[in-house]
Design a binder for this molecule. Structure first.
Ligand code: ATP
Ligand code: MG
Length: 419
C-alpha cells in the first residue's frame, strides 16, 4: 500500500467543485481589477528563494523542498511571489508598461509541522502589482482581497494593517526592540530565541501564549516610522476609509518573509484557530531590484485556498451542490441505444452534462448508478418510446415520470432546473 505523503491531501471529485467555485470567483474579481494570469514553474533555482524570501527566514532555513539535479539545487515553490518576480525580470515585462498586474493560482510546498490550517502542500491565490510606489496601489490590492472574501460570503474576516517601515527606519526600531526583549530572552520559546539576532520583529508574531505575554509593551514600529513611511501609512488608512473597507491597526503584524516594506496586512478569521490568517500581503519595494531587476516597487498578497475553504465550511456558506451530471440517458435494446447516443451527443452540444451507459448494464443498475451520483434526471428509451418519438423522463428527486417528446427533452430538463 503506497500512501500519500504526510501533510498533503487529495482533492476528490466530491470536493473539487468547491475549489473550482472559489478559483472562478477569484479569477473573475482579479480580472475586474485589470490583473492577468501568470503561470510560472513549480520548481525554481534554490537561489531565487534564498535571495528573494531572505535566507534568515524559517521558510528558507528549514522548510524548503530542495533537491539536486545535474549539480544544480532546485526547490519546489514555497510561495508565489519570487517566481513571478523572476519571470518579470527575465522576460523584461517592465518594458510592457507599468504598473504590471498579475494574478496566479499555485500549489506551494513547505516542510512545516502540521496543524489545523497548516499543511505541507497548500495552494495560494495571489496577486502582484509592480511599478507603483504610492498607496493607491496598496489600497487597491487590499480592496481586491476584501472583494474576494466578501463575494464568497466571508464577512467576519478582520483586516489588520500595519506599517513595518523601510530599511531606513527599521534599523533604529530593531535596536529598540532587541533592547526590550533582551532581559527576558531566556523565557521565550526556542524559535523566538533563534530569531532574536536574525529577525527580532518576527518574535512579535509568535503564536505561543507565553511569548505573546512577554512581548506585551514592546516598542512598536509605528512609533519609529520616518516621515515618508508615516505619511504613506496615513494615506493608506484614508484610502481604505474611502473604499469603505473596515480595518484595525495591529502593530504585531510583521509577516514571515523578509522582503516586505511599509504596508503589511492580514485578513484573519477566528474560525481557523491558531493559524488564523486567510490572506497575507504587503509592499516589497526592494525585492525586484534585489533579484537583479530594475528598481521597481511592488505590492501584493497571497491567500491560502485551504484556509479559505475551512472558513467557508465553518461559516456554513452555500455552494452549488456537487452533481456529476445533469442527465443520464438509458437506451434499452439495440436501436434505442443508438438513439440514446444521438440524443446524448445533441444534448451535450447544447451544454448539458450527459452520461450514457458504457458497461452494458440493465435498467435497474443504471438507475442505481444515477442515484449514487445524484443525477437529477434519467431519460429512458425503449422500443415503445422509440416508436412514439418520446423519452420517459424521470425526475429523480420527486420520483415522478412523464413522457416527453424527444425534441422537448432539453427544454424539460432546463425547466426542471428553474423550478
Ligand atoms: P502563517 O504563519 O499564518 O502560516 P505565513 O506568514 O507563513 O502564514 P505567507 O507566506 O504570507 O504565510 O502565505 C500567505 C497565506 O498562505 C497565509 O496567509 C495562509 O493562508 C497560507 N499558508 C501559508 N502557509 C501555509 C501552510 N503551511 N498551510 C496552509 N496554508 C498556508
Ligand atoms: Mg508560516
Amino acid at each position: 500500500m503506497i500512501s500519500i505523503p504526510k501533510g498533503m491531501k487529495d482533492v476528490l471529485p466530491s470536493e473539487s467543485y468547491k475549489w473550482q467555485f472559489v478559483e472562478e470567483e477569484f479569477k473573475t474579481i482579479a480580472e475586474k481589477y485589470g490583473y492577468r494570469e501568470i503561470r510560472t514553474p513549480m520548481v525554481e533555482a534554490t537561489e531565487l528563494f534564498a535571495r528573494g524570501i531572505g535566507d534568515t527566514t524559517d521558510v528558507v532555513q528549514k522548510e524548503m523542498y530542495s533537491f539536486e539535479k545535474a549539480d544544480r539545487s532546485l526547490t519546489l515553490k514555497p510561495e508565489g511571489t519570487a517566481g513571478v518576480v523572476r519571470a518579470f525580470i527575465e522576460n523584461k515585462l517592465y518594458a510592457e508598461g507599468l504598473p504590471a498586474k498579475y494574478y496566479y493560482i499555485t500549489p506551494c510546498y513547505r516542510y512545516e509541522k502540521m496543524q489545523k490550517g497548516r499543511s505541507r502542500e497548500f495552494h495560494q491565490f495571489g496577486i502582484e502589482c509592480f511599478g507603483a510606489s504610492g498607496m493607491m496601489a496598496d489600497a487597491e490590492v487590499i480592496l481586491l482581497a476584501y472583494d474576494v472574501l466578501t463575494s464568497l460570503g466571508i464577512d467576519d474576516a478582520k483586516l489588520k494593517i500595519n506599517s513595518i517601515g523601510c530599511p531606513n527606519c527599521r534599523a533604529e526600531y530593531r535596536k529598540a526592540l532587541q533592547d526590550f526583549l533582551r532581559p527576558n530572552l531566556d523565557k521565550f520559546c526556542d524559535t523566538c530565541r533563534s530569531r532574536f539576532d536574525r529577525n527580532p520583529m518576527r518574535i512579535l508574531d509568535c503564536k505561543s501564549s507565553e511569548c505573546k505575554e512577554l512581548v506585551k509593551g514592546a516598542p512598536v514600529m509605528l512609533d519609529y516610522l520616518d516621515e515618508e513611511c508615516r505619511k504613506d501609512f496615513e494615506e493608506l488608512k484614508a484610502l481604505l476609509d474611502v473604499y469603505g473597507v473596515p480595518y484595525e491597526v495591529d502593530t504585531s503584524i510583521v509577516r514571515g518573509l523578509d522582503y516586505y516594506t511599509k504596508t503589511a496586512f492580514e485578513f484573519v478569521s477566528d474560525k481557523l484557530g491558531a493559524q488564523s490568517t486567510v490572506c497575507g500581503g504587503g509592499r516589497y519595494d526592494k525585492l525586484i531590484e534585489q533579484l537583479g531587476g530594475p528598481d521597481t516597487p511592488g505590492v501584493g498578497f497571497g491567500m491560502g485556498i485551504e484556509r479559505l475553504l475551512l472558513v467557508l465550511e465553518e461559516s456554513g456558506a452555500e455552494m452549488e451542490a456537487d452533481k456529476a451530471c445533469d442527465l443520464l440517458i438509458c437506451g434499452l435494446g439495440e436501436k434505442a441505444r443508438i438513439k440514446a447516443l444521438e440524443l446524448a451527443k445533441e444534448m451535450r452540444e447544447f451544454g448539458l452534462r450527459v452520461i450514457i451507459d458504457v458497461m452494458d448494464r440493465g435498467l435497474k443498475a443504471q438507475f442505481k448508478y444515477a442515484d449514487r451520483l445524484n443525477v437529477p434526471y434519467v431519460a429512458v428509451i425503449g422500443d415503445d418510446e422509440l416508436s412514439k418519438g418520446v423519452v420517459s423522463l424521470r425526475d429523480m428527486n420527486s420520483s415522478t415520470q412523464e413522457e416527453v417528446p424527444e425534441n422537448k427533452l432539453l427544454e424539460a430538463v432546463f425547466t426542471g432546473f428553474l423550478k
